[in-house]
Design a protein around this ligand. Structure first.
Ligand SMILES: Nc1nc2c(ncn2[C@@H]2O[C@H](COP(=O)(O)OP(=O)(O)OP(=O)(O)O)[C@@H](O)[C@H]2O)c(=O)[nH]1
Length: 332
């Protein structure tokens, strides 16, 4: 029988640093002949755009979580990959920040094709040292997704320690251990992880999963209940934005909505700017930086996503439309 293909599930709450870690993996060269599947909650893809340019195939599953609404898309995507002619040595799946790992793990155990041809290597959960306490304290739904992501982890990577106070790692580790005493806890040094410690590690253990979720294999109807109050507002703008005006608006918006705004991110076309601008926000933290230059033939379209509760999509879109400059896309 041919060898089973190892699969890494990369999960972690919104904005915790999954794509950042994926980029480190891709840059390391360890991922040669791997297939990477990126799942996004919203209809427009931003993560896939921010994955470093590499030879590995990046497949996208958008507009829902692979743990529920687009779960069959995951099985179909992998089945197609496995029946293709291109040899694949490894599969890595980056979930959305709202994904429950349990139904995804279940697919690999119970689906006939996946269980025959692949084996879970590790569930790797990224934990944001600066926001994890706040997320774990969220009781707005019966199921705390950040806790589930830690509970099912074989490996936990603690991110953003550079932004946290001294001693934060020890506190995070205690929090993680209280939820999952078995997981290996890793911390990047100066923002970089020894990525060899998270792939081809054979860390997945079904026994641990069954201890957390005894119905994992038998309850095929196990439907993960998504927090339907969390919505995604996508903005796609073909006219370039006035940079200072947009960032002033964004700062004010984040200050006013930081509690219910879980995540925002975007790739922007700014007037008079030859480079794409990328910004990230998690609650009230915001970070922006120039990205690669717009390619000559590339349409200069801004793509922005806001994820949160009680967001007013019409107001957000109107506000942003008011910050565009009609002829700006001609100015580079
Ligand atoms: N300072 C600091 N910033 C980090 C670290 N890891 C990630 N970030 C930043 O956090 C923001 C979100 O990182 P991503 O890697 O996009 O997070 P993600 O988990 O893929 O986000 P979603 O898929 O949208 O849930 C970006 O601005 C990153 O640069 C870290 O260790 N330190």
């Amino acid at each position: 029988m041919s060898q089973k293909i190892p699969v890494t599930i990369l999960t972690g709450f919104l904005g915790s640093g999954k794509t950042t870690l994926l980029n480190q993996l891709l840059e390391s060269g360890l991922m040669a002949d791997s297939a990477v599947i990126v799942n996004e909650f919203g209809a427009i893809s931003i993560d896939a755009e921010l994955v470093v340019g590499v030879d590995e195939e990046i497949l996208q599953i958008n507009n829902g979580c692979i743990c529920c609404t687009v779960r069959t898309d995951l099985v179909t995507t992998i089945t197609n990959l496995l029946s293709g002619t291109k040899p694949i040595r490894r599969i890595l799946i980056e979930t959305t920040g709202l994904a429950d790992p349990a139904p995804i793990i279940q697919s690999f155990i119970v689906d006939e094709v996946l269980s025959t041809k692949t084996m879970l290597d590790a569930v790797v959960t990224v934990v944001d040292a600066t926001h994890i306490d706040r997320w774990l304290a969220d009781q707005s739904t019966g199921e705390n997704i950040a806790a589930e992501q830690i509970a099912f982890a074989d490996i936990v990577v603690v991110s953003k320690l550079d932004l946290a106070e001294e001693g934060r790692l020890a506190k995070c580790e205690a929090t993680i251990r209280a939820i999952n005493p078995m997981a290996r806890v890793l911390a990047p040094i100066e923002g970089r992880l020894n990525v060899a410690s998270i792939v081809d590690v054979k860390a997945f253990d079904l026994k641990n999963c069954l201890a957390i979720e005894p119905l994992l294999l038998s309850d095929l109807e196990h439907e993960h209940e998504h927090d339907t109050s969390v919505i995604s507002v996508e903005v796609r703008e073909e006219r370039s934005l006035d940079g200072p005006g947009f960032f002033k608006w964004l700062n004010a918006f984040v200050q006013q909505n930081g509690d219910r705004l879980l995540r925002c991110k975007g790739i922007l076309s700014l007037t008079g700017e030859a480079r794409r601008w990328v910004f990230h926000g998690v609650h009230m933290t915001l970070e922006g930086r120039p990205g690669r230059p717009w390619a000559g033939s590339e349409p200069r379209i801004s793509a922005i996503v806001f994820i949160g509760r009680g967001l007013d999509a019409v107001q957000i879109r109107n506000d942003i439309a008011g910050l565009t400059q009609p002829d700006a896309s001609l100015v580079a």
